[in-house]
Each structure stands twice: as structure tokens, then as C-alpha cells.
Design a protein around this ligand. Structure first.
Ligand SMILES: Cc1ncc(COP(=O)(O)O)c(C=O)c1O
Length: 355
């Protein structure tokens, strides 16, 4: 980094630590929490976040891919790392070398892994994505080294959806095949369905990063990220002038515009064109024209000139706009917003516990 980042993503490790504690306070007696840090902890930085969570006593992490597990290993040398996407015969040696635990998702994976070490098992109870179908799971003998049997809820963010209890019931029946083996069903939203869904381990990701696990209800989690983009240029345009590709915004009046150093290459999706907004201090500023690859334009006519000094920034995610808010404007979910935040954003970490 040259010292002049165009846009800064601030990740508050202390807020993540607070969210970890909120989750733990909700858990049924005896239930433990693992942290889901796949996709680089949803784009926020798996290594610093895992280290911070480890300091709070997190001993188990979930990643999606083998590469993610290998990259994480040196940061949490003692922890268990479970690789959700499973194992292939030619990757077994790498799993063993880095002491990674595969989530076995199929009978061929169980056969391939054999007695190569600790493993987890994923049974499908309704996602039809990965995992052993219930009919097969009911005839399974526990593989050697099995330390966790798990499944994943399809509709946990809809508490009234009957599928939640149906999956719980099917999972309970499958668990009978694995006496003495720990079990895990709930991710972020599943935790808030209540203790019936908690089993022995919960696997939150999104809630740790501040997304609302209780859709439609007030968010019990603290906001974790702030995204600020530096103003590169300010200009006045006359009524009738247009802004950006396709000339999709035409100034209805003489206007003052600020062009900031963030675009769709950074995860500010093009569908936010003429729909998004930012903040300069407490003044809301509409996003005008199309978002382009590296640049986005805001109408700052309502902002006092004193707030627009050289080097000032526009806040796109922060005190007034949550990730979930931005997602709603973009017609997507907070998960997609977070994981789209690009590598060009300078990630700055506010210190977490005991740092
Ligand atoms: C199998 C599995 N467990 C846990 C999680 C974490 O989910 P969430 O981010 O909703 O907590 C995911 C995320 O997609 C997942 O695929």
C-alpha cells in the first residue's frame, strides 16, 4: 500500500468479539460455538478475525475450501479447522499435513478418507446441496475418527417456516445412528430459532460480522464494518448536464457533485446506480448516474462546503447505513454485499480483545 488508499474498509474486531459474546449468551447449556470464516471471513479477513476469536476461546473454525484451511492453519495453530466442501482422494495428504478435518459429504468421500484421521459428517435434511441423503445416513456406520455429525437449515431466517421443525426432526432421527457423537445444525439464524436447534455446536458466520440473523426484527448484533471512499474531485454542473455512462442522471438544477474512489470492482454493485446513497457527516447524499468500475458520483449539493475539504470521504456503509440496508437497496442479501467487497479496499482493523 502506498499510503493513499482510495477507499477504506474498517473492520471492528471489538464489535466481532461483542457479537461472539452475544451468540454465546444465547446458547443452550453445554452448547459451544464455532466460527465460520469461509470466503475470507465473508470478505472481512479470516486471519485477523480468527486470531481475535481464538483469543476469546474459539477452538473450532469452519472454512469452505482446502486452500482456505491451509491459509488459516498458521494463524490458529491449535484450533480445529473443518473444511465444509469435503475431500477428494488426491487431497487427503494435504488435509493430513495441515491437520485439517474434512466434512465428509458422500459415501465415496467416507470411503476415500477411511481412517485417515478426525472427520465430520454432513447429512442432508433439506438443502439438497451437499451431504449424505437421509435414506443413506440411516444405514451408515459411523466412520472411524468421526467427531461431528451436522446438517444445515434451509429456512432458518423464517421462524414460522414448518421446514425448520421438519429438519430438526429428521436430524434427531439421524443422530440416533451416531450415539456419543457431537452434533451441529444451526448457523446464525438457526441460533435464534431457540435452544431446540442448538445441539452441541452452532456454526455462526453472518451474525459475527453484524448481519441481522433475525430478519424483520431489530438486529441483535453490533455493526462491524464501515466503508468510506475518498472524494477525488468536486465539480459544479449546470441544470441539464448529465452524469456518467449512459447519461442516466440529468441535473434538475445547478448541482455540486463529488466523485469518489470506489466502484463495482470494489463491490459497490452497478445495480445501485441512481438508487444508492452515502453520507457526508450526517447529510445523506444520493448516488447519481451509473456506478462505474472505479468511480461513483454523489450529489453533495446539500452538504456544507466546510465538510467537503480536500481528502474528505463519503461513507457508504457505517453509522447510518448498515450492510443489510445497502443489500436491500441493491436487491440482494448482506452476505453478497460483504463477500463482494473487493481486494482493492484497504482493510483497517480496530483492535479487538487483548491486542
Ligand atoms: C454449512 C454451513 N454452515 C454454517 C454457515 C454459516 O451461516 P451463517 O453465515 O448464516 O451463520 C454456512 C454459510 O453459508 C454454511 O454453508
Amino acid at each position: 500500500m502506498t499510503g493513499s488508499p482510495g477507499a477504506v474498509l474498517t473492520v471492528d474486531l471489538d464489535a466481532i468479539a461483542g457479537n461472539w459474546q452475544i451468540i454465546r449468551s444465547r446458547l443452550a447449556a453445554g452448547c459451544r460455538a464455532a466460527a465460520v470464516v469461509k470466503a475470507d471471513a465473508y470478505g472481512l479477513g479470516a486471519l485477523p478475525i480468527s486470531r481475535a476469536l481464538q483469543r476469546l476461546g474459539c477452538t473450532r473454525f469452519f472454512v469452505a475450501t482446502l486452500d482456505e484451511g491451509v491459509a488459516l492453519r498458521p494463524s490458529v495453530p491449535e484450533a480445529e479447522i473443518i473444511v465444509l466442501n469435503g475431500v477428494e482422494p488426491h487431497t487427503i495428504a494435504t488435509f493430513r499435513q495441515h491437520r485439517l478435518i474434512p466434512m465428509l459429504n458422500s459415501l465415496p468421500q467416507i470411503a476415500a478418507w477411511g481412517d485417515a484421521g478426525p472427520c465430520a459428517l454432513h447429512v442432508d435434511t433439506g438443502m439438497s446441496r451437499l451431504g449424505i441423503p437421509p435414506a443413506e445416513a440411516c444405514h451408515l456406520t459411523p466412520p472411524p475418527g468421526l467427531l461431528l455429525v451436522s446438517s444445515h437449515l434451509a429456512c432458518a431466517d423464517e421462524p414460522d417456516e414448518p421446514m425448520n421443525r421438519a429438519q430438526l426432526k429428521d436430524f434427531a432421527a439421524i443422530r440416533l445412528r451416531f450415539p456419543g457423537i457431537e452434533a451441529s445444525l444451526a448457523a446464525s439464524s438457526g441460533i435464534f430459532l431457540g435452544p431446540d436447534w442448538h445441539a452441541d455446536w452452532v456454526r455462526p458466520g453472518a451474525a459475527l460480522y453484524g448481519l441481522n440473523p433475525t430478519r424483520g426484527q431489530p438486529n441483535p448484533m453490533a455493526q462491524v464494518v464501515k466503508l468510506e471512499a475518498k472524494i477525488l474531485q468536486i465539480r459544479e454542473i449546470d441544470q441539464g448536464r448529465t452524469v456518467g455512462y449512459g447519461a442516466t442522471h440529468r441535473a434538475g438544477d445547478k448541482s455540486r457533485l463529488a466523485t469518489v474512489a470506489v466502484g463495482y470492482a470494489d463491490g459497490i454493485m452497478r445495480c445501485l446506480s441512481n438508487r444508492g446513497h452515502g453520507y457526508v457527516g450526517d447529510t445523506r447524499v444520493p448516488l447519481v448516474g451509473r456506478v462505474s468500475m472505479d468511480l461513483t458520483v454523489f450529489d453533495v449539493s446539500g452538504v456544507p462546503s466546510s465538510d467537503l475539504a480536500l481528502g474528505a470521504s463519503i461513507e457508504l456503509i457505517g453509522h447510518a447505513t448498515t450492510v443489510d440496508d445497502l443489500a436491500e437497496t441493491a436487491g440482494t442479501i448482506g452476505y453478497e454485499i460483504l463477500t463482494s467487497l473487493g481486494p482493492r479496499l484497504h482493510r483497517r482493523y480496530l483492535p479487538g480483545p487483548a491486542q
